[in-house]
Design a protein. Structure first.
Length: 196
């Protein structure tokens, strides 16, 4: 059986304060609490916002054209709001001194960024990860196991942070990173004296 009164008390801070006030009065009447005792009430604060312009046009057959709300605007607004609440910047560098403003990015621009040849696509992202890892290892191929373990740990942390599932592009990037690391070790082994 569910106690509706208990649910309402925790769901509505106004009711919760009223009930706590009544409880305090009862305790004071019983003499268990002095009138000068201060009670602090903590409540959670949640802030959600969304705004998007609605652009709707009709053709001669009265069919909707160019409906802007396809989910992308909602997702973008949600991400922008989260970034603002956390004090993060809304501008994301995309290499070559280019910056994308998340408040202004279009769906087409976002698709271009994650396309095969885009800045956040599989090739460029895996190249950046591999270059970073090789740089950390000082170009020493004998550290390949530590490098792979670090990449695997980072991937698992991202997987956990996103609830156990990532977009397909993340798995493709993961595979590309390991292929490129293996190719780096193989290429370095062929260049060593005596291996020609």
């Amino acid at each position: 059986m569910i106690d509706n009164k208990g649910i309402q008390n925790t769901a509505n801070p106004q009711i919760q304060k009223q009930n706590q006030g009544q409880q305090i009065s009862r305790e004071q009447q019983k003499g268990k609490m002095e009138s000068s005792t201060q009670i602090g009430i903590k409540t959670d604060e949640v802030s959600l916002s969304y705004s998007a312009e609605s652009v709707v046009t009709y053709d001669s057959s009265m069919t909707l054209n160019n409906v802007k709300h396809d989910g992308f605007d909602l997702l973008r607004a949600y991400v922008v709001d989260l970034f603002k609440q956390q004090g993060l910047t809304l501008e994301v560098p995309t290499g070559s001194n280019e910056v994308v403003n998340l408040e202004e990015i279009t769906q087409e621009e976002a698709a271009d960024l994650v396309a095969e040849d885009g800045y956040f696509g599989v090739e460029q992202t895996s190249d950046r990860i591999v270059d970073f890892a090789i740089g950390l290892a000082g170009g020493d191929t004998s550290r390949i196991d530590a490098i792979k373990a670090g990449v695997e740990k980072g991937f698992q942390e991202a997987l956990q942070a996103f609830g156990g599932e990532l977009p397909e592009i993340s798995y493709q990037t993961y595979d590309a990173v390991f292929e490129k690391l293996d190719a780096w070790v193989e290429e370095a082994g062929q260049e060593e004296p005596g291996n020609k």
